[in-house]
Design a protein around this ligand. Structure first.
Ligand code: ATP
Ligand code: MG
Length: 339
């Protein structure tokens, strides 16, 4: 496809994220339906061109578990990325509509994400960096695919410079400033799977003990501003202001209006949440006995806090729960058409 903005007819708004918005469009010359992601980039023309070049790698990504790429172009001041349209949307939207997702389906989601991550890493040495339910998409053929992976280092940097992140699927080692590895994606997968199986984000207000707030300095320095790709760039000054106000308003923290995270009744501030991830034990698939032992064990291995102990996506493809999911009779097409 030779994509030009004037050839794309906007049909519907599909959603908005931190970095931009996504629209369902028709490519008029061919009739092809696509999803167009519009990312506002505040960067020099040379950087934008660099981003566009880097995005071209996506033309070489071919997997049943990765969203297809149709092309990207500059449309000042935005970068537009055109990709395969998934008519059932993302898994966050799905579970918010239909409730907790059946564990057999969650097993297939795990399988699809691991296959996608393994493909990206083994074939292209790409680490996804943003695994979460809104980046796992589903269509009415019952396919599950991942999108929004970190192909472009320049794009990652530009977004980090521009937006305040609420990246709550982030692994403990990433919060503490370590390099991204494929194992950080495995952590994010573990959090996402619990969210889908429980129908709510696993870090809830109840999980946060007051001791969480006792020593906010712990994270000072590790939350240093503008490390490229780290924490999506929470700006230093406002972060420090936030810390201070949290300390003085310790009793009022639940009511604090600062950076707070919505969803599933959760009202932890981003700092509390990051602190919690680093200091407390990882969430689990609970209550015990509700889910198959293999699923519990799988999630526990994804959420090993020490990345040296945590398996890679490729290791996990051999996990017994994944083998089971591969052979499970669950009909994803029927499932996807049931809502
Ligand atoms: P964040 O910006 O924090 O990553 P996000 O993933 O929700 O959040 P976007 O990537 O901008 O933000 O996507 C917005 C929404 O658009 C998604 O939640 C998803 O429901 C929808 N969407 C994205 N890509 C597609 C696609 N290819 N087909 C169908 N719907 C899509
Ligand atoms: Mg997304």
């Amino acid at each position: 496809y030779d994509l030009r903005n004037e050839d794309l007819k906007e049909l519907q708004e599909l959603g908005q994220g931190n970095g931009g918005s996504v629209k369902k469009v028709r490519h008029v010359p061919t009739g092809k339906i696509m999803a167009k992601k519009i990312v506002l980039i505040d960067a020099k023309p040379s950087v934008r061109k660099q981003i566009l070049r880097e995005l071209q790698i996506m033309h070489d990504c071919h997997s049943d578990y990765i969203i297809s790429f149709f092309g990207a172009f500059l449309s000042d001041p935005n970068i537009c990325i055109c990709m395969e349209f998934m008519d059932k949307g993302s898994l966050d939207g799905i579970y918010k509509r239909i409730g907790a997702i059946d564990i057999e389906v969650v097993g297939r989601v795990a399988l699809a994400v691991l296959e996608g991550l393994t493909y990206l890493y083994d074939v292209h040495r790409i680490i996804h960096r943003d695994i979460k339910p809104s980046n796992i998409l589903c269509n009415s053929s019952g396919q599950i695919k991942i999108c929004d992976f970190g192909v472009s280092g320049e794009l990652i940097n530009s977004i980090a410079d521009t937006f305040v992140g609420t990246s709550t699927y982030m692994s403990p080692e990433r919060i503490q400033g370590a390099q991204y590895t494929v194992k950080s994606d495995v952590w994010s997968l573990g959090i996402s799977l619990i969210e889908l199986a429980l129908g709510r984000f696993p870090f809830s207000e109840d999980d946060a003990s007051d001791s969480d707030l006792s020593d906010l300095e712990d994270l000072e320095g590790t939350l240093s501003p503008q490390r490229p790709g780290s924490l999506l760039g929470i700006p230093g000054p406002s972060l420090r202001r936030k810390e201070k106000s949290e300390k003085t308003n310790k009793k009022d923290k639940r009511k604090s209006k600062g950076v707070s995270l919505q969803g599933g009744g959760m009202t932890m501030s981003i700092l509390e949440l990051l602190q919690h991830i680093v200091n407390e034990s990882a969430p689990r698939l609970t209550p015990e006995g509700r889910f198959p032992k293999e699923a519990e064990n799988f999630v526990d291995s994804c959420l090993l806090k020490d990345p040296d102990e945590r398996p890679t996506p490729k290791d996990l493809l051999n996990h017994s729960w994944i083998e089971q999911s591969r052979n499970s009779p669950v009909d994803l097409e029927a499932w996807a058409n049931s809502f």
